[in-house]
Design a protein around this ligand. Structure first.
Ligand code: GLN
Ligand code: ZN
Length: 762
């Protein structure tokens, strides 16, 4: 049976592309040198895919920064202010990606947004009044020829017109609809070119279809593709979807004149059901996305063969493929030298998934030609099942039992919100308009050096901690000098919100090279939840306790919440997300109770990433996510005394649509980013009688700019008007770890001064 993949990681097995691009930006290598490295990377991928006998190898999966940005170029939709810089092609491209400041001008980058439910970020297309949409397909066909020269047959893959249109925003006076004909024509032209070059297949990706579609959306989709497919002639068009199912447009897309349809069987909850109930057209090829393109786990062949066995009756032509592009998984296991074979054998990164496809190709051939039983007798199958069913050696019965025995009471705090508020204000001596920060203070050179020395074994834990303690002491003194009311210890013992906790939790493992592109040249290396998660020892207590002993003022204990820890890790697949969240929740709960015991009176549990993983379908928001997510959060704090104050923090303020859920987290205080979208969110909180006390950030920490006293005063007065002084906290909008110390001190001094002025007027 034939195999395919949707896409491949571009960054290289050792992040070669990242380093090369960054060198190019620093003028350390020339454009030609960069192009050469990129070419080499493409070559390796293609040859690897060929070696693994992938039948459909997608071209145009390479990108110097982002695939949507490439689509902007493909459609000639470069905003005028970038073209006006007069830079060459590659530098114009990078100017769009990261902005340009130099002799030719000063322009900001396009904004970035999260790519559906992944941790990848794409550049948001901007259509200005000057945009002249037309096809510019050089990249696609150059790469196609490049592969051909290597003896690799690839087919073009592109982001489709519907998705592009839906993601784009207009910046001028024109209406978005005004661009539609030209966009469609560009794709018609692309198919025409494919025909001219005798290209057999083209893959057009429309992930937008897995989100909630209105009737209007579906009509638009239909209108676009009627026009495009009318002109397709000989080239076969594969409509590729991913990240979910196409429940509200299945009929439409199966009735249109596509030659192949790619559906996601991993995340598409209703994919199997749709095919079972509605059938699949005999004249089309189903590209069945059965190998999960997003996870890092070995594929369970049993599950896949069962799916294929069900398809056998319903679908005539099947190609086995990945559920989405492999862009979202690390490159290869080959370079993981520190983890044991016992652990590694459970994983499958991009390269290993190619091998799985090859094996599955053979197995499904047997299944197709004879029977499921026959396929299950094959050695690939037997070997696979041996691993899948083996114990991982990190099971913990105690934790599992605890999760199982959780009851509704375990998620409920003592005292009503009102009672807690009165007691806390009094006992904790918290003034009106209390000033505070989000947790981290600048990670100075000394702080980073301390950590790297410890990692390299140049200093021992004792020396390391001694240095951390001295940073904490300075930090507390600084905050007292500045005059803040509620202090923090500064988070010098961590550089990231998850790794530090993961390292102190059983069940977690860490890789050396499992990097995944987050955006452009930025990659992340999420830790992996391998077994049952359990706290093995106190994590942050030592540091918080030390900090609290240095001052009369309350110092906030600082933890990351279970949903954020989960969302920024690679999760297991053998147990549910909710079970993992509860396990992590129990661990954080132990830490919370230890902090309380150690005399910490305010504990902040950050849920920076709560909103990130909201399911793509609104109907799934609660039952698939928020219901257990909020419970896991509440599990962390439900054991504290009435007079212990619980804070949380989120990095964004676009939570209009989950406002009640945020109240349901039952924290006493929430701080969040609001400096950019101030008024709307404040109005919203007011209209919805938001109950939690709030600290909408009074200035933006993402820029080195020092906010003036006056502007903070203005911000605060608006906030008081909207929210009332009783419920308002005063703080920056996020942690200060990426800021310099000088600007931080000045900004916080202004924040305190502004608060004093406002208070004196009350
Ligand atoms: N407490 C963390 C900090 O201050 C929160 C970081 C975040 O929200 N991203 O750095
Ligand atoms: Zn934040």
């Amino acid at each position: 049976m034939k195999t395919a993949i949707v896409g491949y990681p571009r960054i290289g097995e050792n992040r070669e592309l990242k380093f090369a691009i960054e060198k190019y930006w620093r003028n350390e290598i020339t454009e030609n040198e960069l192009l050469k490295i990129a070419k080499e990377l493409r070559k390796n991928q293609w040859l690897k895919q060929k070696e693994e006998k992938i039948s459909f190898i997608p071209g145009n999966t390479f990108s110097f920064y982002d695939g949507i940005l490439d689509t902007i170029i493909l459609l000639n939709a470069i905003p005028k202010h970038y073209r006006d810089l007069g830079l060459n092609e590659l530098n114009t491209y990078f100017a769009i990606a990261r902005g340009y400041q130099g002799e030719k001008g000063d322009v900001k980058a396009l904004s970035m947004r999260k790519w559906y439910n992944t941790n990848y970020h794409y550049m948001v297309p901007e259509l200005d009044d000057y945009a002249e949409i037309k096809l510019n397909s050089d990249k696609i066909f150059n790469e196609l020829e490049e592969a051909e020269k290597l003896g690799v047959n690839t087919h073009p893959s592109v982001i489709g017109p519907f998705t592009f249109y839906k993601l784009a925003k207009t910046t001028g006076n024109k209406d978005k609809k005004d661009y539609l004909d030209d966009i469609v024509n560009a794709y018609v032209e692309l198919l025409r070119k494919c025909n001219k070059k005798n290209i057999e297949w083209i893959q057009i990706e429309e992930p937008q279809l897995v989100t909630d579609q209105t009737e209007e959306d579906i009509n638009l989709f239909e209108e676009i593709y009627m026009e495009i497919l009318k002109n397709k002639k000989d080239v076969k068009v594969l409509l590729q979807t991913y990240f979910g199912d196409v429940r509200d447009c299945y009929k439409t897309i199966t009735e249109l004149d596509f030659d192949g349809i790619g559906l996601d069987f991993a995340e598409g909850r209703q994919t199997q059901k749709l095919i079972a109930e509605k059938g699949f057209p005999k004249d089309k090829v189903l590209f069945a996305g059965v190998v999960n393109g997003k996870n890092i786990w070995k594929c369970d062949y049993k599950k896949v063969l069962n799916i294929l066995n069900n398809l056998k009756e319903k679908v005539k032509n099947v190609v086995i493929t990945t559920s989405c592009s492999l862009l979202h998984v690390p490159y290869t296991l080959r370079n993981e030298k520190k983890l044991s074979e016992n652990i590694l054998r459970h994983f499958s990164f991009a390269e290993e998934k190619l091998s799985e496809l090859k094996e599955l190709g053979e197995l499904s051939q047997i299944l197709w030609e004879s029977s499921l039983e026959k396929a299950q007798e094959n050695e690939f199958y037997i070997k696979n099942q041996e691993i899948i069913t083996s114990e991982r050696g990190m099971e913990d019965k105690e934790v599992r039992d605890k999760v199982e025995k959780l009851t509704d009471n375990d998620f409920v705090r003592k005292g009503t919100r009102k009672e807690r508020q009165i007691i806390q204000r009094e006992k904790l001596n918290i003034p009106l308009l209390a000033t505070t920060t989000i947790g981290s203070f600048p990670q100075t050179k000394e702080v980073k050096l301390n950590r790297s020395k410890f990692r390299k074994g140049e200093i021992n834990k004792k020396e390391y901690d001694k240095n951390v303690f001295s940073f904490i002491k300075e930090c507390i003194e600084l905050q007292e000098e500045i005059g803040l009311d509620v202090l923090v210890h500064g988070e010098y013992e961590r550089n990231d919100m998850v790794e530090f906790f993961g390292e102190n939790l059983a069940g977690y493992i860490f890789t050396e090279k499992a990097w995944v592109q987050s955006y452009g040249t930025r990659c992340v290396k999420p830790p992996i939840i391998f077994g049952d998660v359990k706290r093995t020892k106190p994590i942050s207590v030592l540091y918080s306790e030390y900090a609290q002993k240095l001052t009369e003022k309350p110092v906030k204990g600082m933890l990351t919440g279970p949903v954020t820890i989960l969302n920024w890790s690679f999760p297991r697949e053998d147990i549910s997300l909710s079970e993992m969240a509860f396990q992590i929740g129990l661990a954080i709960r132990e830490e919370v109770l230890d902090l309380e015991k150690a005399g910490i009176k305010i504990i902040q549990i950050d849920e920076a990433a709560l909103r990130e993983k909201l399911p793509l379908r609104k109907e799934d928001w609660h039952k698939e996510y928020l219901d257990w997510g909020l419970k896991a959060f509440r599990l962390c704090h439900s054991g504290v005394k009435v007079d212990t104050q619980i804070h949380t923090h989120m990095c964004y303020s676009q939570f209009e649509d989950i406002i009640k859920d945020i109240d349901n987290m039952d924290a006493d205080v929430i701080t969040f980013e609001a400096s950019r979208s101030k008024l709307t969110i404040l109005d919203f909180l007011k209209e919805n009688n938001f109950e939690t006390e709030v600290g909408p950030g009074v200035y933006d920490i993402h820029s080195p700019r020092v906010p003036s006293v006056e502007e903070i005063v203005v911000a605060l007065e608006i906030m008081i008007e909207k929210i009332g002084k009783e419920k308002l906290w005063v703080n920056p909008d996020c942690g200060l770890k990426t800021r310099g110390i000088v600007e931080t001190v000045k900004s916080l001094e202004n924040l305190v001064k502004a608060t004093e002025i406002v208070k004196s007027r009350l």
